[in-house]
Each structure stands twice: as structure tokens, then as C-alpha cells.
Design a protein around this ligand. Structure first.
Ligand code: FE2
Length: 274
């Protein structure tokens, strides 16, 4: 990631040496992940060393460094969208962006937040539901089923991409499905072979890693590569995590929004700058 180092160094080393030292430290941490996941992590490595480039005095346009940095990388260096989105959204930038009146700008230029609409119908049994999800760069439709929330074999998904979220929602409604819930979350997805590593952040929950694979051995292997304790793994869907971790039944709530969290408790991340 020499090009990324050169950009970050030339913007930060002289004007903000401590910021540059911090950036190199973050890059060192990212490098440990790169060794595990190989080429898949090039964007992460670049974003790690570049994440605070927007602090450079000459780049401060809005004064909100994730946005200034991402715009600079996009406009002056033509940096890959995946890298600029990571820079724009690091340390839950959306929350601080909202306080600065920049949330809409940030979301429009560097989207990250996912929107999910969940549907149910009498045709589906109680263990099944349909999810329509805006993932920022694509929309997916998924039939989910959890028959056993205590086992890796108890959760199945049938998923396909759709072109138009609103049109699909209308079709589902006309087919007799009811929209039962709207929820927001942040997800950063990485792929290694046929295993997906999803860093999920939900309102009121600590960020966790979801590992999805074609079979149990592939998931066990993926966890072992990251030195994670498989015996501590949780299965099922996010509503079961809410029940045990937060004592909250989200299935009884029509919406699940980050704004709700902010009303009850100001998150530390809102003013955290690193
Ligand atoms: Fe930062």
C-alpha cells in the first residue's frame, strides 16, 4: 500500500506528526488482518493509513475530517470507492455527521448504513420471514428461516439481488405480505473464498462479527484463522442476540433505529475522534 502511505505521509507527517504516528499505528493493526485475509484486505490497509488524512490543515473544507479526507482522496487521487467509504465512515462518523448537520451529505456521497424492511405473511410459518435490504451498493431479497437458534444448522437463507427496493416492496405487499418492521444497522462485509465476514453494528449492541459459510467446517476454519473461540459463538438471528445481551424483544418493536439509542443515552462514539 505504498501509494496510500505516500499520500498520508505527505499530508500529515510535517503538519501533524502525532496524527501521522497514530495513522501508522492503525495501519500496523490493519496489517495483521491483511496477513490473515490476503488480497481481500487491500482496501482495509489503505483506509487504515489514510483514515485521518482529512485532519491535514490544507484539506479542512467542512472541518469534519472523515468527509474532508474521503472527498480529497476521491477527487484529487481517484481512490477506490471502497477505501473512500471506509475513510468517510470510520469511528461511526455518521453519528457525528448528524450533529454537524452533515449526515445527509455523508450518506449520499459515501453510503454505509443499511436499511432493512421485514415482511411476514400467513403463508410463511412462524420461523420464516422475508427481508428486503438496501446495502448501499445493492438491494437484496432474502427468505430467512430460523428453526433452531442454538445450532449453526438451525438458520437458512435463500437470497437474490433485486433492482428496485420500492418496486419489490410493492410487489410483496400486493402478494399479501405485511411489512412488520424497519431496522437500521451498519455492516462492513469482507469475503474470503466462500466465507463472508460481516462486522455488524446494531443500535444498543456492541459490534460483533458474523461469519457465514457454506458449511460448519468452513465457519469453524474461518473462526480459527482469526483466533476466535468457536465455543463462544452465537447462532440464529439478531433478535435472539438482543434478547440475551440487552433484554429487549425487538420483534415487538416496529422500528429499530440508531436515533432511538441517541435519545436514551448519548453514545461515546458521537464525540470520539480518532
Ligand atoms: Fe478520525
Amino acid at each position: 500500500m505504498l501509494w496510500a502511505w505516500r499520500i498520508a505521509e505527505s499530508e500529515l507527517a510535517t503538519s501533524l506528526p502525532r496524527r501521522w504516528a497514530h495513522s501508522q499505528g492503525v495501519a500496523g493493526q490493519a496489517d495483521r488482518l491483511v496477513r490473515v485475509t490476503g488480497d481481500e484486505s487491500r482496501a482495509l490497509a489503505a483506509a487504515a493509513v489514510l483514515h485521518d488524512v482529512g485532519y491535514a490543515p490544507r484539506l479542512a473544507v467542512t472541518g469534519f475530517h472523515p468527509l474532508d479526507g474521503a472527498r480529497f482522496l476521491r477527487d484529487e487521487h481517484g481512490v477506490d470507492e471502497r477505501v473512500t467509504r471506509l475513510v468517510a465512515n470510520h469511528s461511526f462518523a455518521l453519528l457525528e455527521a448528524e450533529e454537524r448537520g452533515l449526515r445527509e451529505v455523508l450518506e449520499a456521497e459515501f453510503p454505509l448504513l443499511e436499511d432493512q424492511l421485514l415482511f411476514e405473511s400467513d403463508v410463511l410459518d412462524g420461523s420464516q420471514w422475508v427481508r428486503l435490504r438496501n446495502e448501499g451498493t445493492r438491494t437484496t431479497l432474502t427468505l430467512k428461516q430460523v428453526t433452531d437458534a442454538t445450532s449453526i444448522h438451525g438458520t437458512t437463507e435463500i437470497e437474490t439481488e433485486v433492482g428496485d427496493l420500492d418496486a419489490m416492496a410493492e410487489i410483496l405487499t400486493n402478494l399479501g405480505l405485511h411489512e412488520v418492521r424497519y431496522q437500521e444497522n451498519f455492516r462492513e462485509e469482507w469475503q474470503l473464498g466462500d466465507v463472508a465476514f460481516d462486522f455488524d453494528t446494531w443500535p444498543d449492541l456492541p459490534t460483533f462479527l458474523e461469519i457465514e459459510g457454506p458449511d460448519e467446517p468452513s465457519v469453524r476454519d474461518a473462526a480459527a484463522r482469526l483466533s476466535l473461540d468457536y465455543t463462544a459463538a452465537r447462532f440464529g438471528s439478531v433478535d435472539t442476540i438482543y434478547k440475551t445481551e440487552a433484554g429487549r424483544d425487538i420483534l415487538a418493536e416496529p422500528t429499530l433505529l440508531f436515533a432511538d439509542t441517541r435519545k436514551s443515552a448519548e453514545p461515546a462514539t458521537a464525540s470520539q475522534r480518532q
